[in-house]
Structure formats: structure tokens, C-alpha cells
Ligand binder design. Structure first.
Ligand SMILES: *Cc1c(COP(=O)(O)O)cnc(C)c1O
Length: 391
């Protein structure tokens, strides 16, 4: 196929007009069950000898269009859509690893992934080692004969650490270990982990792929033997399948992914620079800065630095005063929508932890996680500047 720009791919990925009477927008198949012509066809489709649909939990044409779209954008053989990012993440882990197996994951990453791994370790006999993922050699050091999975998340949530994807995947390949990268923050617009050697990629489509803060969804893409095993086992047994209406909404979001990401990248770049020059801001974490510890890797593996910026305004009280003074930017916990959204971890998601425990998680008391929206750049900068006056 002709090589096309991501701006073009995002608009057309997955579309199949021949199947849909020429419709430019794939219809929503509100169907939980599909009838067969006869007994032989029923047997063939049920046994996956012939392609087709038979029951909603195992897929439908709207879901499949979304899966093809994300597979196209990520350069994957295959993809599977879920009702949330965590459903995709748990399916990846439960498909690759079983009781007694070992996983190496990041010390600092999306906190519910950490909680899931801890839960699987405490209750289901999985073994997990957490490493500082900014040095790929830590994955090699932690690997054991029983290691089945290296987990990567880059840039990481919330502190924007960067992992050298191809180095970690190289170590994994030498040792027969599967690598899965959470590409939620970067999106396929900025980074394609599969092209850097990862076997699997997961997304919380709730964030940038959906892009409008109006749904929860997840995607697992990559090696088709693993993805199809996830479809036939994890999704079949645990459920977690995406609803057709939601699959359609994610596709609607993906059509403008490139446009939105381009603007998120530009706005975040401007925000990071304004903040780093501001006297009331102690530190700014943004992989686009030359002095960010992961900048060299970011330049090597990313086409843009993404829409997320973390920064420190000095302490808990300063943090509260700052978010209370914002007018345009919303105080909320998600990210990746068109709207600018800010989270003050110490007074919100991590408020129940002691200051020491927060420090261990890499979250200082004045740390903000800012999902820079696609509003006018000057309006966003103005809102931040005037709220910083209150700090
Ligand atoms: C939000 C998020 C998830 C979880 O996705 P849900 O859609 O909320 O289940 C996983 N990884 C990262 C990096 C996230 O930001």
C-alpha cells in the first residue's frame, strides 16, 4: 500500500465502504447476536474456521473496524478493543503470564497498573519486580528464567519519565521475553513502540484516542498470536468487551487524532517553556527539554513530545491555591481530552498517602500533572500565568 501521512491515515484508518453501502462513517451495529445460514456455517464460524460474527462479547463489525484502524496506526498485525484501558492491560498481562511467572515493570507508572500487578502478585502467584525504567539495563538485571513480560510505559504517568524502547526490547528478545508498551501518553501520532521492537502495545483509548472526555475504552495491538489468544480466552472468559456505540465514538475521535495531537504537542511545548521561565515554578518535567534525563531517547523514538507537562509549584498549600485560581483549566483527574485538565496529585489522587509514601511514588507535594488541551495557546498561558500570581 502507498505510504501515507498520519494525518491521512487517521481520517481513513479501518474504513470499508464496500461492506457498508459506501457509508463514510462505519455504522453502529447494535447487535448482540448474529444468525447463520445453516448448521455447517454455524459450526464453521463458531470454530473460527470461517470469519464471521456470532455473539457480541466476541466482536461485531463496528468493533472490528476500530480494531483495524488502531492496528493500522500502530503498524500492528492485529488489535482487540475493550471497555477500558485497564481491561486491555489486564488482558495483556493475563494472556502472557500465568501463576509462577515473573514480570518486570516500572517503579513509576500509571498507579492502577501497579495496583493490578500487586493484586496479581498477592492473590494469583505472579511475581513482579519494579525497576527504574529510565535505565534499560535494570530490566536485564531484574530478568529471571521465569520472566515472561517486560512492561514499559513511556512517557510515564504522571512524571513523564522516558524509557529507551528499543534497548529494553533488545534485552527482551535475547531472553525470549515479551514486551508490552503502554502508549497512552504518546499516542501513535508521536510514537510506535511496535516499530521499535515491542510485541504488544496498549492504550487507554479513554484518553487521546477518544480525545473528548466522553467515554472509557482500551486497545491491545500487536503480535496476532497473543492478541487472538486474548480474544479467545481473556475477553471470552472475563468479558470487558467494548460496546459498539463506544467503539464508534473512539473511531470518531481517531479521525481527528492527528489534528489534535499536533495542537497538543505545540501547546504543551509553549506551556513547558513558559513555566520553566516562571519564578513561581520550581521544576518542569517535559521530555522536549534538552536537560530532561530522557530527552535523547525521546528524540530518537518520538515524533513529538506529547501534550502532557508536569511541574512543581512548591508545596501542598501552594498547589491548592494555584488550582483554585485557574479559570479556563479544569481540575480533574483524567487526561488526553480537547479540554485543558490539571491534577494536583498531593491534594487529589495521592492525598491519603503520607508525604514519605508520595515521595517514593515520585510525587512531590507541589506536583501538577497538566494535560494541555487544544484551546488557544495564549488563552491557556494567560490562565496559568494569572493563577501563578496566587501562589
Ligand atoms: C488512564 C490510563 C490507563 C487506564 O485506562 P482506563 O481507560 O482508565 O482504564 C492506563 N495507562 C495509562 C498511562 C493511563 O493514563
Amino acid at each position: 500500500m502507498k505510504h501515507r501521512s498520519l494525518f491521512t491515515k487517521a481520517v481513513h484508518a479501518g474504513e470499508d465502504r464496500a461492506e457498508n453501502f459506501g457509508a463514510l462513517s462505519t455504522p453502529i451495529y447494535n447487535a448482540s447476536v448474529f444468525a447463520f445460514e445453516n448448521a455447517d456455517e454455524a459450526a464453521a464460524i463458531h470454530n473460527h474456521v470461517k470469519p464471521g460474527y456470532y455473539y457480541g462479547r466476541l466482536g461485531n463489525p463496528t468493533q472490528e473496524t476500530l480494531e483495524k484502524a488502531v492496528a493500522d496506526l500502530e503498524g500492528a498485525d492485529d488489535a482487540l478493543a475493550f471497555a477500558s484501558g485497564m481491561a486491555a492491560i489486564s488482558a495483556a498481562i493475563l494472556t502472557v503470564a500465568k501463576s509462577g511467572d515473573h514480570i518486570v515493570a516500572l517503579e513509576s507508572m500509571y498507579s492502577t497498573t501497579t495496583s493490578l500487578l500487586n493484586h496479581l502478585a498477592e492473590n494469583f502467584g505472579l511475581e513482579v519486580t519494579y525497576v527504574d525504567a529510565t535505565d534499560p539495563e535494570n530490566y536485564r538485571q531484574a530478568a529471571r528464567p521465569s520472566t515472561k513480560l517486560f512492561w514499559i510505559e513511556t512517557p510515564s504517568n504522571p512524571v513523564l519519565n522516558v524509557t529507551d524502547i528499543s534497548a529494553v526490547c533488545g534485552i527482551a528478545k535475547e531472553n525470549g521475553i515479551v514486551t508490552c508498551a503502554d502508549n497512552t501518553f504518546a499516542t501513535p501520532f508521536n510514537q510506535n513502540p511496535l516499530s521499535l521492537g515491542a510485541d504488544l502495545v496498549v492504550h487507554s483509548a479513554t484518553k487521546y484516542l477518544g480525545g473528548h472526555s466522553d467515554l472509557t475504552a482500551g486497545i491491545l495491538a500487536g503480535d496476532s498470536s497473543i492478541v487472538e489468544e486474548a480474544r479467545m480466552k481473556t475477553t471470552r472468559y472475563f468479558g470487558g468487551n467494548i460496546a459498539p456505540q463506544v467503539a464508534w465514538l473512539v473511531m470518531r475521535g481517531i479521525k481527528t487524532l492527528a489534528l489534535r495531537m499536533d495542537k497538543h504537542n505545540q501547546n504543551a511545548y509553549a506551556v513547558a517553556h513558559m513555566l520553566s521561565d516562571h519564578p513561581k515554578v520550581d521544576a518542569v518535567f517535559y521530555p522536549g527539554f534538552g536537560d530532561h534525563p530522557g530527552h535523547t531517547y525521546a528524540v530518537k523514538q518520538m515524533r513529538g513530545f506529547g501534550g502532557m507537562v508536569a511541574f512543581d509549584v512548591g508545596g501542598i498549600e501552594a498547589g491548592k491555591r494555584f488550582i483554585n485560581a485557574l479559570e479556563l483549566v479544569s481540575i480533574a483527574t483524567s487526561l488526553g481530552g480537547v479540554e485543558s485538565i490539571i491534577q494536583h496529585s498531593a491534594s487529589m489522587t495521592h492525598a491519603s498517602l503520607s508525604p514519605e509514601a508520595r515521595k517514593l511514588a515520585g510525587i512531590s507535594d507541589g506536583m501538577m500533572r497538566f494535560s494541555v488541551g487544544v484551546e488557544d495557546m495564549e488563552d491557556i498561558l494567560d490562565d496559568l500565568r494569572s493563577a501563578l500570581e496566587a501562589v
